[in-house]
Design a protein around this ligand. Structure first.
Ligand SMILES: C[C@@H](C(=O)O)C(=O)SCCNC(=O)CCNC(=O)[C@H](O)C(C)(C)COP(=O)(O)OP(=O)(O)OC[C@H]1O[C@@H](n2cnc3c(N)ncnc32)[C@H](O)[C@@H]1OP(=O)(O)O
Ligand SMILES: [Co+2]
Length: 137
């Protein structure tokens, strides 16, 4: 598949309010967007880091995958997201090569991106998100 760069790293946190000061006051990044993604039951906070971004993820419900992740493994790195040229083609290619898809059809993610996840059990233990920016296409 054609990947241009790491779109973002997703980090699970219990509370955005409690997490953001480390990223702003210690690392010196500016949180430029806070957005709820109801479909994923998360509230996100974004920081630009050169070409890529950090996405902090706070669960908005006990059924959120982020709430389950924090309960089982604690706060920390949750997923790596790659910018792909064509998400439908990328998913078809991954599936044809035996990768287990979480999303067979892309969904709407934060920042208006079109996203889909690959299962960590078939990606070497790293939950993998594919993103395509279809805005303006
Ligand atoms: C807003 C949006 C955006 O960027 O635009 C986002 O990022 S939304 C970000 C939040 N949304 C998502 O994550 C959606 C995709 N994720 C999912 O559907 C789920 O989290 C799954 C990855 C399928 C895991 O769900 P499941 O109910 O199976 O959880 P589980 O706790 O039973 O875990 C099953 C096995 O997967 C492992 N596992 C769970 N989450 C993992 C993760 N993030 N990275 C690596 N491994 C992980 C567990 O340790 C366990 O392994 P063992 O069996 O060996 O113990
Ligand atoms: Co993400």
């Amino acid at each position: 598949m054609k990947i241009s760069h790491i779109e973002h790293l997703g980090i699970a946190v219990k509370s955005l309010e409690e997490a953001i000061p480390f990223w702003e006051n210690i690392l010196g990044f500016k949180c430029y967007s806070i957005e709820e993604v109801a479909d994923q039951k998360v509230k996100t906070a974004f920081f630009k880091v050169g070409q890529t971004k950090i996405e902090l993820l706070e669960p908005t419900s006990e059924e959120s995958t982020i709430a389950k992740f924090i309960a089982n493994r604690g706060e920390g790195v949750h997923h790596v997201a790659y910018a792909v040229e064509n998400i439908e083609e990328a998913l078809a290619e991954a599936e044809s090569k035996g990768v287990r898809l979480i999303d067979k059809t892309p969904r709407r993610g934060a920042e208006g991106l079109t996203i889909a996840f690959l299962h960590p059990k078939s990606t070497g233990g790293v939950l993998t998100e594919l993103c395509e920016d279809k805005n303006g296409k």
